[in-house]
Design a protein around this ligand. Structure first.
Ligand SMILES: [Zn+2]
Length: 378
């Protein structure tokens, strides 16, 4: 059996002051037709009452027990940025920041710096701290740092709030903090900057340990189509092949058609394809109800591309977590799920949304059960 798992990032929501969720409000004939042809339910992606992040959400859906295998955010970000990790490497998320001479944080984002930061990346990598490391700038004020085969205990240096001092984190990282300040402040890019780049703050520390691959866990050849670095990082962690699609950019203008077409075409080579569409989550974070409705309708407009493959495969439509527009952040609310396609008998649900799906035959499941449920359709 072949599978397409469509994860509409944060599509799930709650009834706000409009009395309807964006999924209920939007015009979604194709989402609904898939729900009508399938079995439906709601899902606690990690566990009831636990708020998932995109990384823990995706890992759970791929059948990974987080207690056993979750490496922390740092290693997943590093993998997403294209850094190769070996067992024992310690990885962090990094913020390019501004501090004062007492190492008190003035701005955790150095005035939301953006653009090409090759000069900065090079300067950071030249710092000598008596330990092997690599720093990579990703987007805007963000980056990732990996300490290679680091034997000591590593913790965050980021105090997470302006006005506080950079945290002490052992001899090696304290040295890193000191030398960042000495070296980066003098960089050419700081000429004319009122908030100079003079610190790299580290958080999300995690030790990389190899987990069983998706193939080893489920005996399926898997691939992933995603624009977001973090989701790509999860895919690389599970050894799913990451397929690139032109114009896929994680925003509302992303190439949905291209992503869906690539997913269907790749079923020739793979048994399982995860497709992540990100922008529904972005609108949730922005508290933009209309924007989220529009994005849902845009996805709906391309679902026919996936629907065509349903005679030959199982199509799953769900989310990695809820991102309610009224909360402007993730919540622990369960997400709707529809499983349709080859051999699946409909359960009478007529709409794809948080409330209709709850009446379906799947009832309420947990994210890590999904792969087991899917394998029953072989
Ligand atoms: Zn997410």
């Amino acid at each position: 059996m072949k599978y397409i798992l469509l994860i509409c990032d944060g599509i799930s929501d709650t009834k706000g002051k409009r009395g309807a969720t964006p999924l209920e409000y939007a015009n979604t004939p194709n989402f609904d037709s898939i729900a009508m042809r399938g079995i439906n339910g709601i899902m606690d992606v990690v566990k009831k009452g636990v708020v998932p992040n995109s990384d823990t959400g995706h890992l759970s859906l791929l059948g990974y027990d987080l207690k056993k295998y979750y490496p922390g955010r740092g290693p997943l970000e590093a993998l997403g940025a294209g850094i190769e990790l070996r067992e024992g490497d310690v990885a962090f998320r990094a913020n390019i920041a501004t501090v004062d001479k007492n190492f008190e944080v003035i701005d955790r984002r150095a005035g939301r710096i953006r653009g090409n930061l090759t000069e900065l990346e090079k300067a950071v990598n030249e710092i000598d701290i008596g330990a092997d490391f690599v720093f990579k700038h990703t987007v805007d004020h963000r980056g990732t740092l990996v300490l290679k085969k680091f034997k000591q205990k590593a913790s965050d240096t980021d105090p997470h709030i302006a006005g506080k001092k950079v945290l002490k984190a052992g001899k090696v990282l304290d040295q890193f903090t000191k030398k960042c300040y000495e070296k980066l402040g003098r960089l050419e890019l700081n000429r004319n900057r009122s908030l100079p780049v003079n610190m790299i703050l580290l958080r999300g520390a995690g030790v990389y340990k190899k987990a069983p691959s998706f193939k080893e866990l489920h005996n399926l050849r898997g691939a992933c189509i995603a624009a977001t670095a973090l989701v790509k990082g999860v895919a690389r962690f599970c050894e799913l092949d990451v397929l690139e699609v032109q114009g896929a950019n994680g925003t509302e203008n992303t190439n949905i058609h291209g992503k869906f077409k690539t997913a269907v075409d790749s079923l020739e080579r793979y048994d399982f394809v995860l497709v992540n569409v990100k922008a529904t989550d972005n609108f949730g974070h922005d508290g933009n109800f209309e924007g989220k409705v529009g994005m849902i309708e845009r996805i709906d407009g391309q679902l026919h591309v996936l629907e065509k493959s349903m005679n030959d495969c199982i199509l799953v439509i769900t989310a990695d977590h809820s991102t309610p527009v009224e909360k402007k952040g993730h919540s622990a609310d369960p997400v709707p799920i529809s499983i349709a396609g080859n051999g699946v008998k409909p359960d009478g649900v007529r709409n794809y949304n948080e409330y209709s799906c709850a009446k379906g035959r799947l009832k309420r499941i947990e994210g890590t059960e999904l792969m087991k449920i899917l394998k029953k359709f072989t």
